[in-house]
Design a protein around this ligand. Sequence first.
Ligand SMILES: [Zn+2]
Length: 392
Amino acid sequence: MKTLRGRHNFRWVWACLASLLILAGCRAGTKEAGSSAVITERPSLSETAFRSSLPAETQSATASSASASDSASTAPETPPASGTQAEASSASPATSSASPGGTTTKASSPPTTQTATSASTAASSPAGTSATQPETGSGRLSAHFIDVGQGDSVLVCLPNGQTMLIDAGEAKKGSSVVEYLQSQNITHIDYLVATHPHADHIGGLPAVIKAFSIGKVYMPKAEHTTKTYENLLTAIADKGLKITAAKAGVTVLDEPGLKVTFLAPASDKYKDLNNYSAVLQIQFKDTAFLLMGDAEKESEEEIVARYGDALAADVVKAGHHGSRTSSTQKLIAATQAQYVVFCCGKDNSYGHPHEETVSAWTKAGAALFRTDVHGTITAVSDGKTVTVTTEK
Ligand SMILES: [Zn+2]
């Protein structure tokens, strides 16, 4: 037993060394702000799963990653195409389809302050262009809720120039997520998060992993036996990447004015796979984003009990596509969200987002956005104010 553990540790050290080399390669010649730490923690996935997540060949993995990232220099922040000026939307389907496209701004505090802003204020470049705008020094953070139909995919361009992708929709949506990232001039993803092993979240990730150089991969300790899950583990292993456990209290990034933390899962013994969801809090100066994955009531209650008022957020991606099994009253009250995003497919068979959920967030004063109605939704923070732009 001890020997086996020792061997594993040895491989782990190797993996860490490889990781350092990869990072060195990625960062050569680029503006680096906040380096990625070497992985010090790993999930206790099953032996098989963990083995498959270890680099098969350290050397080749290093070489390919380094070359793939040679061109990684800037992480642009270009809002999605076609965002147009409109008034603040409360986003019931009827309202939204009647006034397509929109930009909404609210001051982060007090929550009731709301001012309309022109699209030109929010957009860093004209719609539809692919002009590169260096993110570093732009002082802005953008969260792109990519329209992947019934599923989740969120791209976050951090103000320090780093990028983060949380989920990538179903497998059939992988190529469109790749295209979207390319349209945003992304070449490197610093932090890749698979919130939980369901196909509408991880299905598209193998395509993303193949298409981009990747920094760290975060996944909750939740096993699954589907082919989709195996495909993800294979893609991770093929790229020589390792998995870092996503769980409550794990900090992804902590710099002055910028902090990214996992608030869940808090346990590894949930009945429902959705409750294993990695929940992310992104704090940028006076603004905050809360990405709930598919976390449901049980996890929400743990999160509220543990973090309470610290959950205050400008933007919340509601749990489980706006299902009534999530968005509990306590969570809604704790977040005091100004904007709520539902990632859901048009006419999805689950009826997401459920009416009760829409109603509960609306009553709490949040402006709602949903990908089935608005297409890709982009929320941009300058550290004080969040502006939301929609594709439709
Ligand atoms: Zn889901």
